[in-house]
Ligand binder design. Structure first.
Ligand code: PMV
Ligand code: MG
Length: 346
């Protein structure tokens, strides 16, 4: 902020820098099924973070280390269009809440990729949630997880995202969640003729519930190093989704939720493996060669594994019930060029 001093000199007074972060996500079960309204998925938060530094400034300036240059809010830069749309939507929302909006400087770091290859842990969802959180922090606006979810989903729907918003649910709630999806076409249709305030006040019909596993189980993420584009995979796979698939998937997700909440190894591994088979049968593109190898590596070990998310590349997951077996799995992964990207408790 530039201030005129009493003696006429100008003084640059730095406004306080606020820092916020958001993590990534990976699907454990319910992929593709959750694209149908009222179907559910279990999604795990991944503590690999993106960070935003934000402070008031003379004019808007937005920077991301993904692109390594800054833009203003007026520039129609393709790379920044998602962030810009988020800023515009949140500005509108804050104004509805009687907040006086001002320009700011925002710097985003932590790009969730290596050498230009994305990990597939939800960077576009994460950057949207990050921008919503950063702006709320800047204005000291106490935002709920529900508002973060709805605002971020609103932006993504407006941008034509064809996903279930399960990524947004997990990243907004920063926890292992079971997410039951809403009818995105219905909300999109309503967005055409309703104000942001009306849309935000609507009951969207989704459900997000945090899940907790009482046992210390190892959750492992294997990265194939091959990027896959979920939007394209959805277009290719969606015609194969039928009633039988949806019913089976929902049953698996419900059983798995119970298994996780009981810390019951048998229920967890059975349902992870069932879901894996179901996805393999759904469409041949889901299990790429590397993802097949990732799962095969768990054979004979006290570990269950499956592809995660849209498949075709990106990551697969494993849940280990035995630390010695984890070592064996990691050796097998390494020999097949699959990298342990992340490890945590389930
Ligand atoms: O590959 P990911 O992590 O973006 O997951 C996609 C999961 C789908 O169910 C295939 C699509 C969605 O948005 O739910
Ligand atoms: Mg993916």
């Amino acid at each position: 902020m530039i201030k005129k001093k009493e003696n006429g000199e100008t003084e640059i007074k730095e406004s306080k820098t606020n820092i916020v972060k958001t993590g990534g996500k990976l699907y454990i079960a319910g992929e593709y099924s959750v694209l149908t309204p009222n179907q559910s998925a279990i999604i795990k938060n991944i503590d690999i973070f993106m960070q935003a530094e934000i402070k008031f400034s003379e004019k808007y300036s937005i920077y991301s280390d993904m692109y390594d240059y800054s833009v203003t809010l007026e520039e129609d830069d393709e790379n920044y269009s998602l962030i810009r749309e988020t800023v515009k939507t949140v500005n509108k929302y804050l104004q509805l809440k009687k907040v006086d909006v001002k320009p700011f400087d925002m710097k985003i770091t932590g790009k969730m990729e290596r050498n230009g290859k994305k990990y597939g842990i939800g960077s576009s969802g994460s950057v949207t949630v990050l921008t919503v959180k950063a702006m709320s922090k800047l204005y000291n606006y106490e935002i709920s997880s529900e508002e973060i979810f709805k605002l971020s989903s609103y932006v993504l729907l407006k941008k034509g995202d064809n996903g279930s918003m399960g990524d947004i649910a997990c990243i907004s709630y920063e926890n292992l969640v079971i997410y039951t999806s809403f009818d995105r076409n219905l909300i999109k249709e309503k967005m055409k003729n309703s104000s942001l305030s009306e849309i935000m006040n609507l009951e969207w019909g989704y459900k997000i519930e945090k899940i907790h596993c009482p046992e210390k189980l190892e959750f492992l993420v294997g990265w194939t190093g091959i990027p896959s584009i979920s939007g394209k995979m959805i277009v290719e796979v969606k015609n194969s989704i039928n009633k039988e698939f949806l019913e089976k998937s929902e049953e698996i997700v419900r059983n798995l939720k119970n298994g996780i909440e009981q810390g019951n190894k048998k229920i967890i591994s059975e349902n992870v493996e069932e879901n894996s088979k179901l996805l393999k049968m759904l469409h041949e593109k889901i299990y790429s060669r590397k993802l097949l190898e990732l799962v095969e590596s768990a054979e004979g070990l006290d570990i269950c594994a499956k592809s995660s998310g849209a498949g075709g590349g990106d990551c697969g997951i494993a849940i280990s019930f035995n630390r010695n077996d984890t070592e064996k799995l990691l050796e097998r992964w390494e020999s097949r060029g699959i990298e342990l990207l992340y490890k945590s408790e389930l």
